[in-house]
Design a protein around this ligand. Structure first.
Ligand code: SF4
Length: 151
């Protein structure tokens, strides 16, 4: 069976920063021919509930910075992502929660060092690793809009 990696909050896991979920039954229906592997880097690294974080452009890089402590949280998220894709090497599709600084594919907000918004189509850190590995990646809302005829 083909394997798809999906943000856990979209599957009903209460792992959002505020302890809620983003359950999306339409998406689940569209993915019924896949084996679904869930992931949530932020819950794994920082537990739930947790402070929010934002993507900040620094030099030529984009990092994830805590809105509470201002600490760069990128490293544990990236490590989680590499470990995840090492463990599940046969994933052919990645579906991330739109706008998340971890999971958004082309939908995350990116700020400059002064916290001015400079992009609304940035890539979250886990999605960035998936793209680097050549996995086909979609924001969930875009995937659903593009594949609704198959549901
Ligand atoms: S968007 Fe990603 S990091 Fe945020 S709760 Fe969902 S799975 Fe976890």
């Amino acid at each position: 069976m083909r394997r798809v990696a999906v943000s856990a909050c979209l599957l009903g896991c209460s792992c959002r920063y505020d302890g809620r979920d983003n359950l999306n039954n339409t998406l689940l229906e569209q993915l019924k021919s896949y084996e679904i592997i869930s992931f949530c880097p932020e819950d794994f690294c920082f537990s739930t509930p947790r402070p929010t974080m934002d993507l900040i452009k620094r030099d030529n890089d984009v990092v994830a910075v805590s809105n509470e402590t201002n600490i760069d949280l990128s490293e544990p998220i990236l490590q989680y992502a590499y470990d995840f894709f090492n463990k599940y090497s046969e994933i052919e599709l990645f579906i991330g929660k739109d706008r998340s600084p971890s999971c958004g594919v082309k939908s995350a907000k990116v700020y400059d060092a002064q916290k001015n918004l400079i992009s609304t189509n940035g890539t979250g850190l886990m999605a960035k690793v998936a793209l680097e590995l050549g996995i086909v990646c979609w924001d969930s809302e875009v995937y659903m809009a593009t594949h609704n005829h198959t549901s």
